[in-house]
Design a protein around this ligand. Structure first.
Ligand SMILES: O=C(O)CCC(=O)C(=O)O
Length: 277
């Protein structure tokens, strides 16, 4: 059976619309999520970093091959491209994360803020679930939500994200057939919002253009995130950020006492947010 394309929502959609579509399909496209001014500013800030980027070199061949040998990736965005803060603090992404992850944790943190710039000739990634980074966890609820925002116009031929709609409800070992996968074409500024239990991958780039996109993922406050923001962003820089950004970067004490849990992430037996007072 051929996969149904993901629903497209307008930029004035609500968090409930995003959550509802995700509940049904495992992902949804929000057109015009990033406004043109923010998009232009963010691209401007990124350009020097991408120009001087030497390509993937994580120190592990297996990891490099998954991340893409013809793909440039950047983390530490709050420092490299400060307008990322506005993206990370966007109401829709935070509302989406709180709604989906709330059942298994009272607070959320940044999993990754990562530019994924897929170059010509790159092949598609293996299809995967973001939740599988924590492969022993086996929770019944996703542990992360992610967004892939197009920073340039992205066509299916340029390595658009591939998604298997509905796969968040499949048995864990079921893989999609070709017909069950859709490529998300995204005009610049539009974004795919999806859950950590949805099968997806970066696609093949058969063009001579680069596919510049941004992955902003949020996860449960009790998880060790994919990106290490403590080392990627100097603490003196974090000091100047709004309180909510400091919390999302993992500095707030995780407090699950009201839901039968405990405290995680002490600094000197207290809340690390004291460092910013
Ligand atoms: O680049 C994309 O569209 C998806 C990337 C992805 O899924 C990943 O790197 O894990």
């Amino acid at each position: 059976m051929t996969a149904r394309a993901l629903q497209r929502l307008p930029s004035d959609c609500t968090v409930d619309d995003i959550v509802e579509a995700n509940e049904r399909d495992g992902g949804v496209i929000v057109d015009g999520w990033l406004n043109p001014r923010l998009l232009a500013q963010f691209n401007h800030e990124l350009s020097p970093w991408l120009d001087q980027h030497d390509g993937t070199n994580s120190g592990s061949e297996a990891s490099d091959s998954f991340l893409g040998l013809r793909t440039k990736r950047l983390q530490g965005l709050c420092m490299k491209a400060p307008s990322f803060l506005d993206i990370m603090l966007d109401d829709k992404i935070i509302g989406f994360a709180e709604a989906v992850l709330g059942p298994i944790g009272p607070t959320i943190i940044l999993n990754n803020g990562e530019v994924i710039d897929i170059g010509p000739g790159e092949s598609a990634q293996p299809i995967h679930r973001d939740d599988d980074a924590w492969n022993f966890a086996n929770t019944s609820n996703p542990m992360i939500v992610n967004t892939i925002a197009a920073l340039v116009d992205v066509t299916p031929q340029m390595g658009a994200t591939l998604v298997a709609p509905g796969s968040h409800r499949w048995d864990r070992d079921r893989m999609p057939t070709k017909d069950e996968i859709v490529a998300c074409d995204l005009p610049a500024g539009s974004a795919l919002f999806f859950r950590g239990d949805t099968l997806h991958a970066g696609g093949t780039n058969t063009t001579n253009r680069r596919r510049r996109a941004l992955s902003t993922g949020l996860c449960c406050g009790w998880l060790r995130p994919v990106e290490n923001s403590y080392t990627n962003i100097p603490i003196d820089t974090v000091k100047s950020f709004p309180r909510r950004a400091q919390e999302l970067l993992g500095y707030a004490l995780y407090d699950a006492s009201e839901v039968g849990g405990g405290y995680l992430g002490y600094h000197d037996m207290g809340d690390p947010m004291r460092l910013f007072e």
